[in-house]
Design a protein around this ligand. Structure first.
Ligand code: HDL
Ligand code: ZN
Length: 426
């Protein structure tokens, strides 16, 4: 029984206690989220888009877990077909062991969402279900079930297959937004400058001479081709800025000016330690604590640029919040990769709300396989709902409540902040 707090008589229309919890739940349920970083692809990008049970099971998060629960050697696993790999993972992680990790629970949640059996000894029923799906309508169904209005892709202009599709003239469906991913021209310059040269850009191994101007031309031409909502790069835990290096030079002299020219944010995803175990391929990356003075320097020295930032180390999260209080051109986002687990999402989100209010973007899915958005966003809503309700709640015995429209402002966390940062709302 809700008792009106003592002291100042609250206005009748103020929300308090359980009213706030139910209001927040309604808002999270009814708000269509923008998924600001994924590895999903619009169907117009053909086979690049992954979906269905075999892709769900061979997700690199599950491959890492397979090698802990099976005697199969990675080298032997990589020789198997996709179907055989999925069978091996289903047997090892779901039949012979309990699927209670975040990634295995995710697959169970997807099967459950489509009323498929979650305890079969094989994958035949799931496979025959997904064979009946047509990708265009399946995408719409999955995004609608996940409560996601649009997903932001990761588009690599130097990926041979993707590059060709874009150069042939691509118009992706409007619920898939493009991003210009810069890894290969920033930290991958040594291995990719020739690809730029092959496309007719006068660049060289040292990024000397006309190289910077030519990278600007490359970015301008791909901006026109892709119309990205931001540019992005994943950076290791050793990222330094400024830095007397090819990466430092291209970042400061080409990428940042280009972002200003096209009024685009730059997304910095910092903290990966690449290929600590190459034998397990995509699953072989790890995490390291970064020196976020690089973020301090780039935000301070480039006040006209807007930055999205996600850091991979749990130990870097609090620093990122503090830097966001210092620099209004810095927008923290997501609980990335090894952080996207409810126990850590809760910790990160609470400290962000306590330090930043609603001026951050709590989550992205990082989905690589279409149906993953179903569980990644279900988990986000379930984890964030009590945290947000508690943040709005006056708490027992306190004499203040919120105007009915206040909790609705938390929608900015999942839409408005990103729309404003990327001029999508304009
Ligand atoms: O660099 C990135 O965008 C990361 O998200 C990697 O793709 C990573 O392999 C991943 O999928 N994390 O969830
Ligand atoms: Zn990613």
């Amino acid at each position: 029984m809700e008792t009106t707090p003592t002291g100042q008589q609250l206005r009748d229309d103020l929300l308090i206690g359980e009213q706030i919890q139910s209001t927040v739940e309604d808002i999270l349920t009814t708000t269509q989220f923008i998924d600001i970083h994924t590895h999903l692809f619009a169907p117009e990008l053909g086979g690049l888009g992954l979906w269905g049970i075999d892709e769900l099971l061979t997700y690199h998060y599950l491959e890492a877990e397979l090698f802990r629960s099976s005697s199969i050697a990675p080298e032997r696993y990589w020789e198997l077909s996709k179907r055989e790999q999925a069978d091996e993972i289903w047997r090892a992680l779901f039949v012979e062991n309990s699927p209670i990790s975040e990634a295995t629970r995710g697959v169970i949640a997807v099967l459950d969402a489509f009323d498929l059996p979650t305890d079969s000894l094989d994958l035949e029923e799931a496979r025959s279900f997904f064979r009946t799906r047509r990708i265009e309508s399946h995408i719409s169904t999955v995004l609608q079930m996940a409560g996601v209005s649009s997903v932001v892709m990761t588009n690599d202009p130097l990926h041979p297959e993707e590059q060709q599709i874009w150069m042939n003239g691509l118009h992706s469906r409007s619920d898939f937004l493009a991003v210009l991913r810069l890894d290969r021209i920033l930290w991958g310059w040594a291995g990719h400058w020739q690809r730029l040269a092959e496309q007719g850009y006068s660049v060289d191994a040292e990024a000397s001479g006309k190289s910077v101007a030519e990278v600007r031309r490359f970015l301008a031409e791909w901006y026109e081709r892709m119309r990205p909502v931001y540019m992005a790069v994943s950076l290791t835990d050793t990222f330094q800025f400024p830095e007397d290096s090819i990466q430092g030079k291209i970042l400061s002299e080409a990428v940042l000016p280009s972002c200003r020219e096209f009024d685009l944010p730059l997304s910095l995803m910092i903290g990966v330690r690449r290929q600590v175990n190459p034998r397990i391929r995509l699953a072989g990356d790890a995490v390291g604590r970064a020196d976020l003075r690089a973020v301090e320097n780039i935000c301070r020295d480039y006040p006209e640029n807007r930055f999205l930032a996600s850091v991979l180390s749990r130990e870097n999260q609090h620093e990122l919040c503090v830097y966001a209080r210092k620099f209004s051109n810095l927008m923290p986002f997501g609980c990335w990769w090894f952080l996207n687990n409810p126990s850590i999402v809760e910790e990160i989100t609470r400290e962000r709300i306590e330090l930043l209010g609603t001026s951050f973007i709590p989550q992205h899915s990082d989905a690589r396989v279409l149906e993953q958005v179903l569980y990644k966003w279900r988990n986000t809503r379930a984890t964030l709902s009590p945290i947000l309700a508690n943040s709005y709640s006056a708490g027992p015995g306190r004499t203040w409540g919120h105007a009915p429209n206040h909790p609705a402002r938390c929608r900015s966390l999942f839409r408005g902040n990103f729309e404003r940062w990327t001029n999508l709302a304009a």
